[in-house]
Design a binder for this molecule. Sequence first.
Ligand code: GLU
Length: 390
Amino acid sequence: MTKTRKPLEKYRRIVIKIGSALLVDRRTGLKGAWLNAMCADIAALRAKGIDILVVSSGAIALGRSVLDLPSGALKLEESQAAAAIGQIALARAWSESLSTDDIVAGQILLTLGDTEERRRYLNARATINQLLKLGAVPIINENDTVATTEIRYGDNDRLAARVATMTGADLLVLLSDIDGLYTAPPHLDPNAQFLDTIAEITPAIEAMAGGAASELSRGGMRTKIDAGKIATGAGCAMIIASGKPDHPLSAIENGARSSWFAPSGSPVTARKTWIAGQLLPAGSLAIDAGAENALRSGKSLLPAGVNDVRGSFSRGDTIAIIGIEGREIARGLAGYDADEARQITGKKSAEIAAILGYAGRAAMVHRDDLVMTAAGLRRDLDTERNTANA
Ligand code: GLU
């Protein structure tokens, strides 16, 4: 894994988090010119074939500016109401601004459970991936209208990091009024040193983060470092940069100061390690020879290749996949509940809708959710060796 910075255009999928203060002025409301310039930067990256996802804050700030609420902390129901008013305006602004660059925007509002509960996580991820496949730019925020104190991210830094890991992004860019990480808060300590590259988030790095949060944006450096731990731990690099210049992404490209956090593993490995590492699979699927070959060549497991469904599991649970010799060869996340899986076992994917009454996913276990386990891998190697010796 490379520990050196590369230009933005070398990344494949970038999540950009935009802080409230960049988008919203307390008195004048939405900063339209800034947004337009931001969208031009996004369009330039997209033209290079890079997937872009935006995590945009600003719903509460915009709503409170529309409502002309006094400054100071808001009560929960006030911020929920402000978010309801602000989010509709925010989404519209993104949609209109991106459309001038011929880009379609899609709004996704997430609550904590959508990334923490496996089933909902898979569902949200499928929707976001579909948007990207269709060429749209997802505009994501927390659903602040229903988020309560106990059940919320509360800051979009960590939300953006979860979105990055969920979608297998290789870069997360946090844009706010802070241009990067310093050894101490620069406004308090004149000797604070700027850090250009952070190879690893050590306890010493964490200690530099302090606590600060401004009135408009809840996330300070603390939540940015937390986001860094989530992202880099799953193989996604992170940049903290100032969003204040009119074209913040171009500014990063042109050498504006920013801190780069190196990724610590590859996205696929981190995710597949998680799947392979589940201690107790909730059930298993016995598959036929054709399906076994398909899996070994990196394909998804289709219902047609399944002979038997064992155990009781829900969609999103980890299940074992048993090969023709009766041994576990792979693990994966179930695309269907066990009883649904039983109904479509041995059937063609095209028949699923008629059997279940809704158009489900074509795969019983999608290849993105599937990993050959040790036994399976060993056998792959043996097969390779035998073929090489033959
Ligand atoms: N979700 C909040 C909003 O849109 C912002 C949270 C944050 O600033 O991190 O108003």
